[in-house]
Write a protein that binds this ligand. Structure first.
Ligand SMILES: Cc1ncc(COP(=O)(O)O)c(C=O)c1O
Length: 399
């Protein structure tokens, strides 16, 4: 038995997505820029995927730019908008819990002379409205606040934030990589100008994503080359990827409401199971305003990395933070920004469920984890005693 509970890192490709992609590696391999039939068939497939994505987001197909994923979409939004900014608008606002794709792009821009404000969040991981009010001014060109957080699942009130940005004449971008296909996104109603999405979080392939760009929002291309994607993202298109993304969107559009309902029940079973079978646990994030597939929990007294490795041995696959920082020993910047003491931030594990998560997997995890946690806690206390008594000995020797 194994349990994959790391869907926020990535999802398996749905078999139906793979089937749709297959022909584009073989007989339909043409370059979409070629004028012959082989090229035009590919062009048609790309257009179809663009329409599917536009349809789901309820926008025009012409407003979609395919990118190599969420990271590139975020970079294009931030760098593209800040380079194109109107004179006198040299200010960018982001939140402290953004993905590295945003935070590192903002860091890069600040070295290039852009003024960057990083807005704090409250204990639940919601961006502080009072701080936002203070931060956004008539010099702000762009406000970029993620829709749902990848580590704790907290959902931001982006409609209100976009309205605030617009009041000052700024554009509003949201990294919707973790909300897309999990909760409704109303681009018009929420007032979103730019939106990043990625296929590999919704059972599509890795290495493909998109940026929605509202008409009238001007971006400078980050990459230079051919005319693809209206010069916004030049380079021969990743056709199989785009086709897979289109199919993944079609499936998510039809199935996500049911999927998320089912997954929410399993997530709650996991959460309640931990609360009753393992003492001293704490759920991180907003218990209400949270995507239904995500559970971030601190196991007091433990080191998350050690717990992760022990779970790995049992074939239980989870994460201690965002996948992109896995391997780093720094505690999660998201949990620290939420005000968690470092010890609790280091004791956190993220469980993220998805389309293929079964009740058996949840039962398996609930059967295995309490014992593992108890053993590790015991070992950790014994270790501390040992260290303390060695210290005592050394001290007495010194005397
Ligand atoms: C919130 C968020 N933004 C951006 C990304 C990056 O997306 P991609 O892996 O497609 O580059 C991720 C991936 O973990 C994410 O969770």
């Amino acid at each position: 038995m194994e349990a994959y509970l790391d869907y926020n890192s990535t999802t398996p490709v749905d078999a139906r997505v793979f089937e749709a992609m297959k022909p584009f590696f073989f007989e339909q391999f043409g370059n979409a820029s070629s004028f012959h039939q082989k090229g035009q068939a590919t062009r048609h497939a790309i257009d179809q995927s663009r329409e599917r994505l536009a349809d789901f987001l309820d926008v025009e197909p012409g407003d979609i730019v395919f990118t190599s994923g969420g990271t590139e979409a975020d970079n294009l939004a931030l760098k593209g908008a800040m380079e194109e900014r109107a004179p006198g608008r040299d200010h960018l606002v982001v939140s402290a819990i953004e993905h590295q794709a945003i935070l590192h792009a903002a860091q890069y821009l600040s070295k290039k002379g852009v003024k960057v404000t990083v807005v704090p969040v409250d204990a639940q991981g919601i961006v502080r409205a009072d701080e936002l009010e203070k931060a956004i001014t008539d010099r702000t060109a762009l406000v970029s606040i993620m829709h749902a957080n990848n580590e704790v699942g907290t959902i931001q009130p982006i409609g209100e934030i976009a309205a605030l940005a617009h009041r000052h004449g700024a554009w509003f971008h949201t990294d919707a990589v973790q909300s897309f296909g999990k909760i409704p996104i109303d681009i018009e109603g929420m007032g979103i100008d730019l939106l990043s999405v990625s296929a590999h979080k919704i059972y599509g392939p890795k290495g493909i994503g998109a940026l929605y760009v509202r008409k009238g929002v001007k971006l400078k291309a980050v990459t230079h080359g051919g005319h693809q994607e209206k010069n916004m993202r030049p380079g021969t298109e990743n056709v199989a990827g785009i086709v897979g993304f289109g199919k993944a969107v079609e499936l998510v559009a039809a199935e996500y409401a049911g999927d998320m309902k089912r997954v929410g029940v399993l997530r709650d079973k996991l959460e309640n199971g931990f609360k009753s079978a393992v003492g001293n646990v704490q759920v991180n994030g907003d218990p209400q305003r949270r995507v239904a597939n995500t559970l971030n929990m601190s196991f007091e007294g433990l080191d998350g990395e050690t717990l992760l490795m022990n779970l790995d041995l049992k074939k239980i696959y989870v994460s201690t933070g965002s996948a992109c920082t896995a391997g780093s020993v720094e505690p999660s910047h998201v949990l620290i920004a939420m005000g968690l003491p470092e010890k609790l931030a280091r004791a956190a594990i993220r469980f993220s469920l998805g389309r293929f998560t079964t009740e058996e997997e949840i039962d398996f995890v609930l059967k295995e984890i309490p014992g593992i946690v108890e053993r590790l806690r015991k070992a950790s206390t014994e270790n501390k005693h040992e260290i303390r008594s060695t210290k005592h000995e050394t001290n007495s020797k010194l005397k």
